[in-house]
Design a protein around this ligand. Structure first.
Ligand code: CDP
Length: 246
């Protein structure tokens, strides 16, 4: 791992990768990349590369796990062994289990599970290359994979992190900022601005948290725009009723 940089933000207010404090890394998305999944999305965000696949709704087995009045949404976040500098041991870890749980919950208000009692909707998020912010990247890809699968949703979910370096809040942490910064605040929200994921590493004051949330909101607005552009180019519409006719 590289050493801690002396400064994260230069005299012109630019970060080590040339971004301003409130700028997200470049993001590209491609939907429908897996023919066997019901929905899929490949997303690159800076040096992160993430693939999301959705299967379902399909009947849940064993049946004792079925919910009589709604579908069960299962979300699995996984980092490929080769996705980081040091090889990751294959299989679930404490970290991936926690990320899977909170990321699945980030979709709670939007997925209309009541339409599919007894069914399961499986979301798989595979991190192929990690460079800080993988849980947020995975959520952004999973949202589009869910839409691609035709799952009825009240809206999209977007996610990005805010952190603190050199005493300043910064949007969408890169790797050195994540490793050596003072805080990491990943956030996910719906298009209505309802926060559905909020975690924190490090220390921030209440005022910094409030400002950080506002910064994340601006980041998520940019991500919603990228997601909608992908929907428009694939389906010719972002209207939910039109999408469900596909
Ligand atoms: O990726 P995210 O920021 O959501 O989660 P994190 O736990 O804050 O990890 C930050 C970064 O550390 C990851 O994106 C990876 O680049 C790296 N990492 C790693 O190299 N090995 C791990 N076992 C976990 C994370």
């Amino acid at each position: 791992m590289s050493d801690k940089p002396e400064k994260f933000i230069d005299e012109n207010g630019l970060r080590l990768d040339g971004r301003r404090v409130d700028e997200i890394r470049p993001m590209t998305v491609e939907m429908g990349v897996l023919s066997r999944a019901d929905g899929s999305c490949y997303l690159e965000w800076g040096n992160n590369k993430v693939l999301a696949a959705v299967y379902g709704p399909r009947e849940l087995h064993p049946r004792r796990l079925q919910r009589p009045s709604e579908a069960l949404v299962r979300y699995r976040y996984n980092m490929a062994a080769f996705s980081v500098e040091d090889r990751i041991r294959p299989g679930p870890s404490r970290r991936s289990t926690e990320i899977s749980k909170v990321s699945g919950e980030a979709f709670e208000p939007v997925v209309m599970k009541q339409f599919y009692p007894g069914a399961v909707i499986d979301v798989f998020a595979e991190v192929l290359q990690a460079d800080a912010g993988t849980r947020t990247a995975a959520i952004n890809a999973a949202t589009l994979a869910l839409v691609d699968a035709g799952i009825p949703m009240k809206g999209l979910v977007a996610s990005c992190a805010v952190g603190k370096v050199d005493g300043q809040l910064v949007l969408d942490l890169n790797k050195p900022e994540d490793n050596y910064g003072d805080a990491d605040l990943p956030i996910a929200m719906t298009e209505d601005g309802e926060i559905t994921l909020l975690q924190m590493d490090g220390n921030l004051t209440a005022d910094e948290i409030a400002k950080g949330i506002e910064m994340a909101r601006k980041g998520c607005e940019q991500i919603f725009a990228i997601q909608k552009e992908a929907l428009l180019s694939k389906f010719g519409t972002t209207d939910e009723e039109e999408l469900l006719k596909e």
